[in-house]
Each structure stands twice: as C-alpha cells, then as structure tokens.
Design a protein around this ligand. Structure first.
Ligand SMILES: NC(=O)c1ccc[n+]([C@@H]2O[C@H](COP(=O)([O-])OP(=O)(O)OC[C@H]3O[C@@H](n4cnc5c(N)ncnc54)[C@H](OP(=O)(O)O)[C@@H]3O)[C@@H](O)[C@H]2O)c1
Ligand SMILES: *[C@@H]1O[C@H](CO)[C@@H](O)[C@H](O)[C@H]1NC(C)=O
Length: 323
C-alpha cells in the first residue's frame, strides 16, 4: 500500500516536472476589468466564436454589452455556445448574432460578407480568431492546403471584403490571433499549398507566420485610415485546437491533468485579444504583436516588409482579388 503510494508520488512528481520543462510556467494571468458598458453600441465580429478562445472572448464582449457577431462554421454549435455565454453574461448584456462562415470556402466567405454588408451598418472590431492545427493533408474547397487556407487565406479575403465597412466605422480595429509557433515556419512561396510534400507542423507555423506578415502589411496600408490592426499570441490554452493530434490512449489522463495545471483556461487565453479589442490603451496602436497584453518582440522573419509585401500579392492572386 505505502509502496504503491510512494511509487505513485514519485511517478506523478516526475511527470509534473517533465511537463513543467515542456510547458514553461506562464506568467500568472490577471483578468482584465473594463467598466460595464465599455462596448455598448459596438459591433464586433469574432470568427470561430463557438469554441475555445473565441467563445470565451465572445462571452466577455457580450458582458461588456457589445453586439457580437459569432461567425462560425457550424450554426448548431454556435447556437449552443451562444446559449452558454448569454446565460453567463447576466442581465445587462449585449446582443448575439449568429452567422455561418466556413473559412475553408471562399464562396462562404463572400456570402458571409455580403450578408454583413446588408445587415450591419458598422463594424467596430473584426477578430480573426478561427484556426485549425496540424490536421492531416486536406484541401479547402478552392484547393488550398487546409491550415494556410483557413488560418490565413480565408481570413485574408474576409478582411479585404469587410475593409470598406471598417474604414467607414473608424476608429475601428482588426485583431489577428497568431501563435508563437510562427517561429518554426517560413512562407514556402514555391509551393504554398504543400503539394510536393506535407509537414503538418511546418504548415501550421507557416500559416501563423502568414498571420503576422499580413498584420504588418495591412497596418502599413491602413496608415491614416483610423483602422488599426494588431496580432497576438495567446500562449498555450486548454481548447479543442489539438483535436487532430494523436495522444497515446494511456497518456491521455496525464496529458489532461497537466493541461489543467499548466495551460491557460480559455478565459485566460482570451485576455490579450480582449485587450486589443477594447482597451483605450491601444487606441491608435497598429502593426504590433502582443502577448499577455504587452507588446511582444518578434523574430526578423515576422517583421520582414519585403516578405509581407510578397505574401500579400501572392494571397491576392490565390483568393482571386488580383486584376
Ligand atoms: N489553444 C492554444 O494553445 C493556441 C495557441 C496559439 C494560438 N492559438 C490560436 O487560437 C485560435 C483559436 O483556437 P482555439 O485554441 O480556441 O481552438 P478551438 O477550440 O479548436 O477553436 C478553433 C475555432 O476555429 C474554428 N474553425 C476551424 N476551422 C474553421 C473553418 N474552416 N471555418 C470557420 N471556422 C473554423 C472552429 O470551428 P469548429 O468548432 O466548427 O471546428 C473553432 O470555433 C486559433 O487561431 C489558434 O491557432 C491557440
Ligand atoms: C516539419 O516541420 C517542423 C517545423 O518547421 C520541423 O521542425 C520538422 O523537422 C519538420 N519535419 C520533417 C520530417 O521535415
């Protein structure tokens, strides 16, 4: 009995130490507090608002009385999420609008934007949050590698088609959810859809680097318009993002335990995008990347103006915007 307890303690302790090395302790997250009604009268679009960071973020925005457009692939899942956040938001809350958006289909992106143009007289904040991580090789409806297609190209077209409305609503903001894993990526201009070979971690990193380069070039183009665009890296957050990652059956409970201890909760993970969407501190700030509500230093590959310009042109051609 006592030996078993001892063994369990030693093994458990060892696992925790190992996890601590793998997932360096993140700074304790202080939850933001904005005055009630901070977002009253503001319309905010959140992609991927039915799950994880996007859902927590939508919930916080609703509490601050925003009109929250939940742009989601699966309307049923969006409705369930909407019920949850409405229940949690209390009596003085904003409004929820559910809109179908599949970022793996340019047709769907175009239809979504047409509906928004008709139904929303202004857009104060656009939050490009939806993402897919390390899926098996798949292509979007338009033949793009899935991770680049959803994480970058779908959002690229979405942002482009909403820009006039954002400009007309200035001062307005665009918030882009990237990832620190951008560090392991490059933009493979020779084969953006990874047709000659597929490396799922590389492609995720490529798509998240693309998010940062997009932010850089868009900020340059929007200079003087009153529309700002900033990116962020949320840290490691307990969400459904790892759905395509295989964890050996026996390791699952341990992984789950470790995630409870070392990962941010979705609400904690939502703080930096919430900050960028709401805080007066970042009024007028543009073209930056944030982590834990502070400006983050990026590697040179993410601040390369030439690469950003080149990616912009390639993306325009890929989504059919080039003349
Ligand atoms: N969790 C982390 O540790 C972490 C770390 C760094 C960066 N991030 C970034 O954080 C963002 C949010 O991810 P999360 O962690 O909250 O993961 P999540 O719980 O899996 O949420 C991802 C969201 O993206 C949506 N989505 C995926 N493919 C889509 C498509 N084709 N069209 C429309 N929506 C689509 C999902 O919709 P369905 O539910 O319908 O699939 C879901 O709402 C992502 O951009 C991710 O790269 C997360
Ligand atoms: C896949 O890409 C990752 C990230 O860029 C890299 O570390 C890894 O070595 C690559 N794997 C293979 C088999 O090339």
């Amino acid at each position: 009995m006592s030996t078993a307890v001892l063994v369990a303690a030693v093994v458990g302790g060892g696992v925790l130490l190992l996890m601590r090395r793998l997932f360096p302790t993140q700074k304790a997250v202080k939850l933001l507090r904005f005055p009630a009604g901070t977002m009253r009268g503001k319309t905010v679009i959140v992609t991927g608002a039915n799950s994880g960071i996007g859902k927590a973020l939508a919930g916080e925005l609703l509490k601050l009385q925003a009109r929250v457009v939940m742009a989601c692939r699966d309307p049923r899942s969006a409705e369930e999420a909407a019920k949850d956040i409405q229940k949690a938001a209390g009596p003085e809350q904003g409004e929820v609008v559910i809109k179908q958006l599949d970022l793996a289909s340019l047709r769907s992106v175009r239809r979504f934007c047409e509906e928004i143009q008709q139904e929303e007289s202004k857009i104060d904040v656009l939050i490009n949050n939806a993402g897919i991580y390390q899926c098996p090789y798949m292509k979007t409806e338009d033949g793009f590698e899935m991770q680049l297609g959803v994480n970058h190209l779908g959002h690229f077209l979405l942002t482009h088609l909403l820009l006039d409305r954002l400009k007309a609503s200035a001062p307005s903001r665009i918030v882009v959810v990237s990832s620190k894993l951008y560090k392991y990526g490059q933009i493979n201009f020779d084969d953006p859809n990874s047709e000659s070979s597929y490396n799922k971690s590389f492609c995720y990193s490529q798509s998240k680097l693309a998010n940062l380069l997009f932010t850089l070039e868009l900020a340059r183009q929007l200079d003087g318009t009153g529309v700002t665009v900033n990116a962020l890296t949320p840290g490691i957050v307990r969400t459904k993002l790892g759905r395509h990652v295989q964890i050996p059956f026996l390791a699952k409970p341990l992984f789950y335990l470790a995630s409870l201890v070392f990962f941010k909760s979705p609400l904690e993970g939502a703080q930096t995008p919430l900050y960028l969407a709401c805080s007066p501190e970042v009024q007028g700030v543009t073209g930056k990347c944030f982590a834990n509500c502070e400006e983050e230093e990026l590697l040179a590959k993410a601040t390369d103006d030439q690469a950003a310009k080149k990616l912009w042109d390639v993306s325009r051609r890929m989504v059919g915007l080039a003349d």
